[in-house]
Design a protein around this ligand. Structure first.
Ligand SMILES: *Cc1c(COP(=O)(O)O)cnc(C)c1O
Length: 323
């Protein structure tokens, strides 16, 4: 059983081969759209359908100040005639640039929280939903990164697209690598692999927290999806494959060698990788292929597919870093 969704993304996204010593391909989920580009739109197709179905008028969600997910939600709201209310974490003065500039242009209501306040974000969003309700307005809470049982369905869809591409092009991807920020992209890809008995190696590279943390989170939300689908199977955290070690200084913080890697990679591939997500994960993948390839592939002929999850607008908030 597959639940319903609305259409917000340009699908299927293209896949292209890159020029590396290994067979590295990229699925361009940075091309799911323009204003609403990136991975969150696949999840929002399910969550916004659910919100509309429940007669919601306001979408409440959250993220960092340069959240791609919050921006995608603000755009999705406008496209569907809804309002959005974004809770964004920022300890400094807000500079209206990159994603948050778009949030404002798209008319999102923005509430800034300190990172300490943000630790209780789920309670804060739920309280806000009740506030709206008191005023007779139905609001719908979308969790961080749109990563929950329903949102994960978006990346089961992406996995199906990958299988379709394989059939049409006579190629087989042995390993799929994605960035792990809140876990929904990985969860969906893992579930797609599991539900189709595809036996690919699904590998996540975390850009915050730790591998242990995400094994827990991902198995939980993957199990929520299996319940929605009416599947009996229960995912154990040992089945989740996350390569740790590329978070660097922390979430959304960069080191000079990471930025240097990103600049070189942009020039080598022609594709923009962002410093928060895809740049760190792609670096992690290339470094792992160089230092311990057996963590990713069986041999040099293996085909590796990196899912590029977007993040372009956040780059425009990092002009100093890229100088
Ligand atoms: C949110 C985000 C991710 C992380 O995906 P999750 O499904 O939250 O793990 C990766 N890349 C970009 C550009 C993102 O905005």
């Amino acid at each position: 059983m597959r639940t319903k969704k609305i259409n917000l993304a340009n699908l299927p996204t293209p896949i292209e081969k890159l020029n590396y010593d290994y067979n590295v391909y990229v699925k361009r989920d940075d091309m799911t759209g323009v204003e609403i580009s990136g991975n969150k739109v696949r999840k929002l197709e399910y969550l916004v359908y659910d919100a509309i179905n429940k007669n919601a008028e306001v979408l409440i969600t959250c993220g960092g100040i340069q959240s791609n997910h919050a921006r995608a939600t603000a755009v999705a709201a406008v496209k569907k005639g809804l309002k959005s209310h974004l809770f964004l974490a920022c300890d400094d003065d807000v500079i209206t640039q990159g994603n948050v500039l778009l949030d404002e242009i798209y008319g999102a209501k923005i509430t800034i929280l300190t990172h300490t306040e943000f630790e209780n974000i789920n309670d804060i969003m739920e309280k806000e939903r009740i506030e709206y309700e008191k005023q007779g307005v139905k609001a719908y809470v979308i969790p961080l990164g749109a990563s929950n049982g329903l949102g994960n369905l978006g990346y089961i869809g992406a996995f199906d697209e990958i299988l379709e591409y394989e059939r049409e092009n006579g190629i087989k991807f042995d390993t799929i690598v994605c960035t792990v920020g809140s876990g929904g992209t990985y969860a969906g890809l893992w579930l797609g692999n599991h539900l189709t008995n595809s036996e690919k190696n699904i590998v996540g590279i975390n850009v915050s927290q730790s591998a242990e943390y995400f094994k827990e989170v991902i198995s939980d939300i993957a199990n929520d999806t299996l319940k929605i689908l009416g599947e009996k199977y229960s995912v154990k955290k040992e089945e989740i494959n996350i390569i740790d070690g590329f978070v660097g200084r922390g979430y959304a913080l960069s080191k000079p060698d990471e930025l240097e890697f990103i600049k070189k990679t942009i020039i080598k591939t022609g594709i923009v990788f962002d410093p928060v997500y895809t740049g760190k994960a792609f670096r992690g993948m290339i470094k792992t292929l160089d230092s311990s390839p057996d963590l990713l592939i069986d041999n040099k002929e293996s085909n590796v597919l990196f899912v590029h999850t977007g993040g372009l607008f956040a780059v425009f908030a990092r002009t100093e870093d890229f100088k």
